[in-house]
Unconditional design. Structure first.
Length: 496
């Protein structure tokens, strides 16, 4: 059967685009629906995460669970890593069984169930059930929302990076409003009211997406590499065995709250190596596709380094904001979670600027490897800026200082994050479209889990060394990728 325009493969010609419409800020009209569901999912995700760490380590008198601070930070990092790790499952289900559009819908349902669990179930039961559901659901939604955005463009459509920047704007609209509103409810009514609001936000997103899902292109429903029915029993058996192994490790005390982040780091590293090996060894790849996967390896490593710093917004920066930041605003001390809305404000302001720059420059814009390198170097510089206030006492850091540092965080993020999402779709082999996005998110999973593990090393009395060493490592990694960029670009075989 011949392909329609919406069914053209991602490796299209230079002259055609997958969706030529310009109805959403110059982008394909279908982008608006994915923009909306991702915005509300991020509202619920960041709204919950904005109060999660302090919920874990605040005392019972303050409405929390009273877990020690280092362990609580490790749990948050491990949970964040598990979110991105679960993109493997969501992408595999899309590529082999159901297609991205259907997996995205049901993932949103699972996310909502997780937030309801946190809101209604007491103590540790709510945390375990809630974080498990949110992690699995978010992984399925993230990989497939990104893949569906990729189906809206031909490989050489110059609007692609700008479109992903607008998609990223939706993420950060949710990231702005979520912590503001859940933090306000948490500080006035209690933590469980904040978690309940996150559930309401996801419900709104689910309804909005349901109303527009029929307008998505047919390629969003495509199953690129269907699993033969004879292999169903094997897959079911592997799934059951994996669950049994996890339960045995937890109940035997091998996996604990204290070492959870290390376990997630180990699982992500093994999964990434296995994933690269499986894709590279596939007979479904041609020479150009295999070369592009090899080019993605240094991008993967650099991205993990970037996110190991960036995701400390939810570990070290949260602790820093709770204990070191002067949060007095006209005589009122605003909630800790509000600090996490500073970065989305800058994203909203600057994402359009970056999208316009990439669009104006067109084919003359810096290559993907150079953007990755620049973003990682700038992220290291952001950590250097903490050194100006190192060693101060409680409430010693002025609000404007953290605002300025988070502005640098934002510039680094816009150089690498939407570009990374775009690159994962541009470099993806046809048979591994959603799974290539999942491979990108594995690098984010590794960095996020590392952010939780690194947070255990943070202490106010040695924070100068902490910020200086970690920032320096990021700068070195970024410089190395910059030097390697000509080779990486050559291996990308025509993709910039």
């Amino acid at each position: 059967m011949s392909a329609t325009r919406d069914e053209e493969p991602d490796r299209g010609s230079n002259t055609k685009v997958a969706d030529p419409s310009h109805g959403f800020f110059g982008q394909p009209r279908a982008l608006a629906n994915i923009f909306g569901v991702e915005m509300w999912e991020r509202f619920s995700f960041y709204g919950m995460q904005g109060i999660l760490l302090i919920y874990l380590y605040y005392s019972a008198e303050r409405g929390g669970l009273g877990i020690d601070q280092a362990t609580a930070a490790g749990i948050v990092g491990a949970y964040g890593g598990a979110v991105y790790l679960s993109t493997i499952l969501g992408a595999w289900l899309a590529d082999r069984l159901f297609g991205s559009e259907r997996v995205l819908f049901w993932s949103a349902v699972v996310i909502m169930a997780g937030h309801i669990s946190l809101a209604l179930l007491p103590s540790y039961a709510g945390v375990i059930a809630g974080l498990l559901f949110v992690a699995i659901g978010s992984g399925g939604l993230k990989a497939n929302a990104t893949r569906i955005v990729g189906t809206l463009y031909d490989e050489h459509d110059s609007r692609r990076d700008a479109g992903f920047s607008l998609f990223y704007l939706g993420i950060n609209l949710g990231g702005l409003l979520g912590p503001l509103l859940t933090g306000l409810l948490q500080s006035t009514l209690g933590f469980h009211w904040g978690f309940a609001l996150a559930a309401v936000g996801m419900a709104i997103g689910l309804i909005q997406y349901s109303l527009g899902r029929r307008r998505l292109p047919d390629r969003a429903r495509e199953i690129p590499n269907p699993l033969p029915s004879r292999r169903y029993p094997l897959v079911i058996g592997i799934g059951i065995a994996a669950v049994i192994v996890i339960l045995v490790l937890v109940f035997s005390g091998v996996v604990t709250a204290q070492n959870l982040a290390l376990w997630v780091i180990g699982v992500v590293i093994v999964s990434a190596i296995a994933y690269f090996a499986v894709i590279l060894s596939s007979r479904l790849l041609n020479g150009d596709e295999r070369s592009r996967i090899i080019a993605f390896i240094p991008l993967f490593i650099t991205n993990a380094a970037f996110w190991s710093l960036y995701q400390q917004q939810f570990t070290v920066v949260t602790i820093y904001s709770d204990e070191r930041l002067n949060r007095n605003l006209f005589g009122w001390e605003f909630p800790v979670s509000w600090v996490q809305s500073i970065n989305p404000i800058f994203i909203i302001v600057l994402s359009g600027v970056f999208a316009a720059i990439w669009t104006k420059w067109g084919d003359k814009q810096p290559s993907t490897p150079l953007k990755f390198a620049a973003g990682t170097v700038v992220m290291g510089v952001a950590f250097f800026l903490f050194l100006f206030w190192a060693g101060g006492g409680k409430n010693s850091t002025p609000l404007l200082a953290v605002v300025g540092i988070l502005l640098v965080f934002t510039i680094a993020e816009l150089l690498i994050s939407p570009v990374g999402l775009s690159a994962s779709t541009k470099l993806a082999p046809h048979a591994f479209q959603a799974q290539m996005v999942a491979l990108y998110f594995l690098s984010v999973a590794l960095g996020t889990a590392m952010a939780g593990q690194l947070a255990k090393l943070y202490a106010p009395e040695t924070e100068g060394i902490y910020f200086g060493v970690i920032g320096g490592i990021a700068v070195v990694i970024g410089v190395i990728l910059g030097l390697m960029s000509p080779w990486v670009l050559k291996m990308m075989r025509g993709v910039r």
